[in-house]
Design a protein around this ligand. Structure first.
Ligand SMILES: [Fe+2]
Ligand SMILES: [Fe+2]
Length: 215
C-alpha cells in the first residue's frame, strides 16, 4: 500500500502526521523487537531509587515522543523521496524505544510526562521547518540530535541506581541504535553541524530534561 506521504498531496501528509501524533501520544505503537530487559531480573529498589529511575525513564520516554514528532515533521517536508523514506524508517525503529520506555515506566509504577502533547507539537514544527532547510541539513540535524541523545543516555547510565538492571538494559540498546541512526544520517548525505550549534542544541535539550523529570 502506498504511504500517502509519498503521493505529493499535502492534505494526505497532514492526515498521516496527525494519525502518527495521536498514536504516539496514546501509546498505541507496539514494539517490533523484544524489549532488551526481557529476562533481566528486577532487583528490589527503595522508594527513592524507584522514583529517581522513573524520573530518568520519563525523560527518555519524552525524548522518544520528540523523536517521533521530529522524524514525522522532517519526513513531511523532505525534498527527495529517498530521504522521506529514510526518515520514515528511522522513525519506525524509534517506536521500539517508545514502547520499551513506556512499559518500564509502568513497571516502576510511574507515569509518562504530562507535557507530552506540548513537546510533540513543538518538535513536529521544529522537524517540519528543519526539513524545509534542505535534506542535507535535515540529515545533519538527525546526527546532531542523536549525538546529544547518546550523551544524555550516558549521563543516565551513570545516574541510574546500580540495581536498576532492567532500565539499564533498555538504555544500552537505545544507545546503540541512536548512535547508528546518527552515523547513517551522515552517510546518507547529512552535513555535520558545528560544535557551537551542537552546544546550543544541548542547552535547549536541557529544558526538556529538567521539565519532564518531575512532570
Ligand atoms: Fe530513540
Ligand atoms: Fe534514534
Amino acid at each position: 500500500m502506498n504511504d500517502p506521504r509519498f503521493s505529493g498531496d499535502l492534505s494526505d501528509s497532514i492526515v498521516a502526521a496527525v494519525d502518527n501524533g495521536l498514536k504516539t501520544l496514546s501509546g498505541s505503537f507496539q514494539s517490533s523487537r523484544e524489549s532488551p530487559c526481557e529476562g533481566v531480573e528486577a532487583e528490589e529498589m527503595s522508594d527513592s531509587e524507584k522514583a529517581h529511575a522513573a524520573g530518568l525513564m520519563r525523560v527518555n520516554h519524552i525524548g522518544e515522543i520528540c523523536a517521533q514528532a521530529l522524524y514525522e515533521g522532517q519526513s513531511m517536508t523532505a525534498a527527495s523521496s529517498a530521504v522521506k523514506e529514510k526518515l520514515r524508517k528511522a522513525g519506525e525503529e524509534e517506536r521500539d524505544h517508545l514502547a520499551w520506555c513506556s512499559s518500564r515506566l509502568k513497571e516502576l509504577e510511574s507515569r509518562e510526562s504530562l507535557l507530552a502533547p506540548v513537546f510533540y507539537a513543538s518538535s513536529f514544527c521544529v522537524g517540519a521547518i528543519t526539513g524545509l532547510l534542505g535534506d542535507k541539513y535535515s540529515l545533519g540535524f538527525v546526527e546532531a540530535t542523536e549525538d546529544r541523545v547518546v550523551e544524555h543516555i550516558d549521563e543516565h547510565l551513570d545516574s541510574l541506581p546500580e540495581k536498576d538492571l532492567r532500565s539499564r538494559a533498555i538504555l544500552r540498546q537505545m544507545r546503540e541504535d541512536e548512535k547508528r541512526h546518527g552515523e547513517e544520517a551522515l552517510a546518507f548525505g547529512g552535513v555535520e553541524f558545528s560544535e557551537r550549534t551542537k552546544r546550543v542544541m544541548k542547552i535547549l535539550a536541557g529544558v526538556m530534561t529538567k521539565s519532564t523529570y518531575r512532570f
